[in-house]
Design a protein around this ligand. Sequence first.
Ligand SMILES: Cc1cc2nc3c(=O)[nH]c(=O)nc-3n(C[C@H](O)[C@H](O)[C@H](O)COP(=O)(O)O)c2cc1C
Length: 277
Amino acid sequence: MILAPLRGVTTRCFRETFAAVIREAGFREAVAPFVSAMPGFDPLAGRELGGGPDAGGIAVTPQFIGKDPAALRSCLARIRSAGYGTADLNCGCPFPMVRNKGRGSGLLRSPDVLRRMLEVGCEVMGAGKFSVKARLGVERPDELLSLMPVLNEFPLRFLTVHARTARQMYGGAVDTAALEAVRAAAKMPVVANGDLDWSGGTGMVGRSFIRYLGTRGDIGDLLRRYIDASAAELCGDRPVLGRIKELVSYWRDLPQWRRRWDLVKICRSADEMRALI
Ligand SMILES: Cc1cc2nc3c(=O)[nH]c(=O)nc-3n(C[C@H](O)[C@H](O)[C@H](O)COP(=O)(O)O)c2cc1C
């Protein structure tokens, strides 16, 4: 089971703080939230990837978003020099600002650019070391399927399919039949994603595991450690509070959090937050 990248949630700091719980749940690998593959950008400058290929005993696969093959090449060379053996390409980000510029799920609409990105990925990382995470399509659930001849040209490590279109964003039903059609056409292993329960132990899983954390008896202690680790990493209370509030928002419908969530969301300092939880 692979821990899904959730930008702002499954950060390196999160994965280190919750490492024991993540491992016990059956995760052996995490795809890190995306960083941009832009010209001149050093992916090792930030803590997300600068911290190295292992976070708390969970292997890290860096993920890149972009449409510039030369920028991807230099980013991949950098992470390889830091010991990373695998990398992933984001073909799933659904936000119109991103996809309309041909990045994220927008790559599904530019097969020639996609091909050049995959060429670079497989060449720099090596055969079986570069993976792709994609939506079923931008508007229609058969767009990825029509692209399979392009993806099948490359020795990809795996293809993760979030079984929704970009238009669906993060809601609406997952289309398992469309995912299975991709699997049948794929030469590489296909990893299922989208609304899977973490207790199933397979596929790529994000939100159900995050929701589960809120039900744990030791979550207060874990959260206090996360506040401390975040305070050591970030500058000032504001970003720390933003991070904790985003995490706790996944628990707002749990009976034990419903009332506390009302207080958490208006909390104004890290000390207040420590006392609350
Ligand atoms: C807040 C948030 C941030 C996300 N960030 C990323 C990201 O950086 N890269 C990516 O490929 N997918 C990202 N996703 C998509 C998830 O990895 C995953 O595909 C999606 O949540 C469906 O899986 P789940 O139902 O198990 O959560 C994000 C999703 C959410 C809700």
